[in-house]
Design a protein. Sequence first.
Lengths: 520, 520
Amino acid sequence: MIGNRHGRVLTRRALLDGVAAAGGARAVIATLAALGGLPATPTMAAAPALPREARRVLVVGGGIAGLVAAWEMRRAGWAVRLLEAAPRAGGRCMTLRRGDSVQEIDGPVQRVAWPEAPHLYFNPGPARIPHHHGGILGYCRALGVPLEVLVNENRAALVDAPGGPVPLRRVQADLRGLVSELAVKGLGAGGLALPLSEEDLVRLKEALRFWGGLDAELRYRGTSRAGWAEPPGAGLAPPRPNPPLDPRVLMSPAPWLAAGFAEGIDYQATMLQPVGGMDRIAAGFARVLGDVLVTGAGVLALRRVEGGARVTWRGADGAVRQEVAPQVLVALPAPVLAGLDTDLSVERQAALRALHYSGAAKLAFHARRRFWEEDAAIYGGISWTGRDATQLWYPSHGFHAEGGVLTGAYIWDDDVAARFAALAPEARGAVMAADGEALHPGYAAEVAAPVSVAWGRMPRARGAWAEWTAAQRARDYPLLRAPEGPYHFAGEHLSWFIGWQEGAVLSAWNALEGLAKAQG
Amino acid sequence: MIGNRHGRVLTRRALLDGVAAAGGARAVIATLAALGGLPATPTMAAAPALPREARRVLVVGGGIAGLVAAWEMRRAGWAVRLLEAAPRAGGRCMTLRRGDSVQEIDGPVQRVAWPEAPHLYFNPGPARIPHHHGGILGYCRALGVPLEVLVNENRAALVDAPGGPVPLRRVQADLRGLVSELAVKGLGAGGLALPLSEEDLVRLKEALRFWGGLDAELRYRGTSRAGWAEPPGAGLAPPRPNPPLDPRVLMSPAPWLAAGFAEGIDYQATMLQPVGGMDRIAAGFARVLGDVLVTGAGVLALRRVEGGARVTWRGADGAVRQEVAPQVLVALPAPVLAGLDTDLSVERQAALRALHYSGAAKLAFHARRRFWEEDAAIYGGISWTGRDATQLWYPSHGFHAEGGVLTGAYIWDDDVAARFAALAPEARGAVMAADGEALHPGYAAEVAAPVSVAWGRMPRARGAWAEWTAAQRARDYPLLRAPEGPYHFAGEHLSWFIGWQEGAVLSAWNALEGLAKAQG
């Protein structure tokens, strides 16, 4: 795979030596995977088998869905061209580093001014991969994209609560204790609709005691799970745990939310991230696609014609080009497709326009000092600000390194995101820096050089992810995912994994099944 | 620090370039830290300030406690010599790789026969660092030891339960649901000893609903937190969560234990590990200590003499040597010190002999295929076998790489450990391979080349960690941590952080305080 584009064949050993010199051990491991010692198909899931015959397909949109589809067709020997409007592949799978720039609709150009270092990057779109997303993980494996752990839940992270921020460990331990103590009472009140023997009951109470951190009387009176008031040392005095928080502090919404969110199936440990940035996945696809991928190619129109469909686009050089293909795979976000000049059915166009996309937004800061590690022993994970910034993400990599990039806001509530999006980039930075003060006193002086992305204002996405209503799911989803004449469709919105790269992968596979069945 | 031992001074840039060529970006980050751009003192805790005057101290035992003490004294300009019996520093902080060997008392030599690769290593001693262990983490930072996340709790890991193994996610979700539903009943029975308004009660029930994954009727009827019976795809059918497990399955001990263990203060996320093996910490100390550290120096006797104490040791060349120092810091595990020829007080010797050490044991396998990732999407974390092997640890690094080293047993129950230790190394491998079959069918055929360490049989440790009884803590702990004439003492057992490197660090700091006060 590597080197083939230049017609050269390297020996495995020579290649590995070169990779080791350039990128170290991790790069060697990655390359070994890419060299095909490992299977090229995903782990827990698999792309559909495509007929190995002469087919020609144009793919519009080089996000994950388009990349996956183009690569699978290319591997089957089909003649494929993938048109991507941006200068780089990936779509919302994007990473920002020194020298990169972002421009929202009607917004100024934001340039990333952080120092250049492998650990100083920001993923404004997808930033984590659940371990059970076998499609996207399989491509990481096949493309030799090295992965590392992303810390999603960190018990040292902070939660805004009445009276001031508290470490998540106190919230988790005290909630668990409170709920378990209540459960013991519920058990006494015959709460379990099961025939229980006396022995069962004893065992269940013992289990509840351990699980909840209760004392011998099955009461919650605090535990070291909540951290130390007096930490263990090497002195004579034994350590002393934190006393329980006032239950009314725990009953406010932020603590419950913070304590429950990482239970979600897509938020549970282990979560992963590509080493060096999420765009390493898109870059991996771009590498293997070679000249199949045409960047800077902004599609203007789609028309059904004799022999398929005609795609009109403006190339990177400004020239308008056209191509007719028997089949066209449209892998664009719904709001972008809705805005194109197409001859799609009236029903489809209406459904595309009606599908609401989240306006979710993120902002990153550079910090010269990793104050979250130095001052608060926070290594990765997420704090809850209780303000517009919503979440604050600490990097799960570059521990103890020189400086870091902090996600200073991750906002998904549409009203809050609209408020954020309406601000100029500099004002966003000022407001988010102030929000961080609620958790880290002195924060505003520690962070600098904000860069933000409000997805609703990004010209080639016009939203972060689809948000189906139940009625739309029943009526419009079957319509939008079905092919229409020469047109086929893919994208995270055409799956049940909304907002995840896995959805883009699975929708691409679904579209490939349709393409395989279509007349070439 | 780097290069100084050879009298050369490199420019910062030249050094970093060299490091980048040899070790890649992570090594550069690590080197930046070691170069002193970062403070040399730990983050959340600090070593005591030592008087900068001519002092001479002999340190016996080059585990973490001895290394920390020797380095701090060296930094203060004291004349220090550190005697370590093994050919390498670190004590129980140990990593095994291809070519290394292990020999227990009266046991055969076990040689590590796995392939050589950076990700193929085994930490038979400490293998994780909690994020709040500021002492040891501060030394990682100061020594430029790169850290990465260790996954301690992985919801994809397996738990042995009646009827067969279940993923931890099902156990966690269903237990949480069960307990929360019981808590709702307990709340109805007036279980919360708090004055609650009607509004409070509504809010608390809503919170319990989210936290527990309950339905609108506040009943637990299963949730996607427990994983998918029919995963989300890109088809027409919506995903379907796993149904709840029979509560009687959950009531067996292994599930509760597995579900609660990572709540412990020293087991919570974020947990960390040095990139490449725990012994990178010891190697970092050895590098900065230079010729202060004398390896292969097995101490034979300690005697009080005019001017301090005389230490007699056999060197790596077989010759017996002696040295008198005004102060001697003894940083040996209690059972090892109890076995030496010393003139320590009768009371101290009795207390040393009486202190029980855990016989904890670990075994590692090499696997050519990372079947846990490929077949079960398990990326790091711990499974519970319900058999002698107790826990099975998956590596938190080298994801998707060629092969892996799996911790095939981590046993801490003394009876089980004794049964394990009594077996010859090959028999241990056979039994543990069979135990793994309970979780991963075909396991025994996937794993090979076992290497095991039963700490009770390791000649220079004679146990994994101290296990104080409450009576010993009250009576013997003050005695053992107090200096005696020219003798001072350190080691994890002389702290409240039993079994953790942090305890060794804090005990070393405590000993340094005593040494600072002692007459030079």
